[in-house]
Design a protein around this ligand. Sequence first.
Ligand SMILES: Cc1ncc(COP(=O)(O)O)c(C=O)c1O
Length: 397
Amino acid sequence: MKKDFPIFKNNPWLVFLDNAASSQKPQYVIDGVSEFVSHDYANIHRWLYSLSEKSETAYHHSKELVGELLNCKASEIIYSYNSTYAINLIAQSLVISDILKTWDTVLLWIREHHSNILPWQILAEKKWFNIEFFNINDEYEIDRNDFDQKYSDNVKVVSVAHVSNVTGKIYDVKKIKSKLRDDTFFLVDGSQSVPNFPVDVQDIWCDCLVFTGHKMMAYTGIWVIFLKKEWIRKLVPAFRGGGTVEDVDIQWHTLANNSDKFEAGTPNIIWAVSLLKALEYIKSIWWMKKIREHEQKLVKLCLAGFAKYQDKIEILWPINTDRVAVFSFLLANNTNFNNIGETFSDANIAIRCGGHCAYPLHKHFKKPWTCRMSAYLYNDESDIAKFFDVLDWLIAS
Ligand SMILES: Cc1ncc(COP(=O)(O)O)c(C=O)c1O
């Protein structure tokens, strides 16, 4: 696949294993965005000229493909800019829609990414509601007893990531949903699942799912929110402005009755087209099932590679294939993560060392930090072999 990605032509020695943070972009996406901007770009909505119509068609088509990807309607898709904005938008909208009130509780999992903690925390600090965290057990699964205790009648929202960005473990979010009452709003953070395997929102039966385009080969600045039709009707948006309304007077306004009401101001049209191009590219090669198959091969190679070190290396998450190609590890003989990261970097291998925006999880397992390698569809056997060559060297030195 590497030939499709100019970054590898321009950096022939690069072994890119920081895909959980962000993915590289294929020429098809770069050309597609450039073509769109050169030929068809204009602002969308209420157009009376053909250029704007073309631009709106591309924007809408992007949502249609996301709908195909997630098995939902394009009208249930809202575009946003990043996870901070997206989860803040949903959290604040739940408050101003009176779905979340002072005595209510939002239940989160201790292993969440900060972007699924802080947006709730700022509102809880202002006493709009309470937050509780349920624990992870030593098998990195839900601590069932803790969940049952914390899932009280006051819980109105449960928000969890589908896949941990630290351990790579895939969680059975459908099973979590099956434990919830009908009046619990269930939000799934699909940042690490949607780019890696087929995700079906009807099957999960979630009320809301968010994911980001830049981890699946689109540009930065395009976040996707799936919001179930009934919630699009029921929720009122926390942020408002141009594009969100039906009518405005000096004392009042009435909101649009579709997903437009959540997209205040000019949307990120160009980056929406980058997502359209990324999805066209994915469709043209393998679609998601094939990405999963390729990654599973890489997972097996990594598991075999890590297995040989035994007590010289600790991996955050027991060895198992029920995961994506994300591995966080610690070395027994080297506790300086800057040194480990730089050693990989000297060998042109990009990995990430630190807390991975999941400090509560690291604190829970009493690990100050970890090193994380993460592979994607353009990584191959030789990348994995080069990674283990450097690890061999680090462990031996
Ligand atoms: C599980 C999870 N949620 C949210 C995010 C935040 O995404 P972004 O950095 O695009 O806002 C990430 C990014 O690594 C993630 O892994």
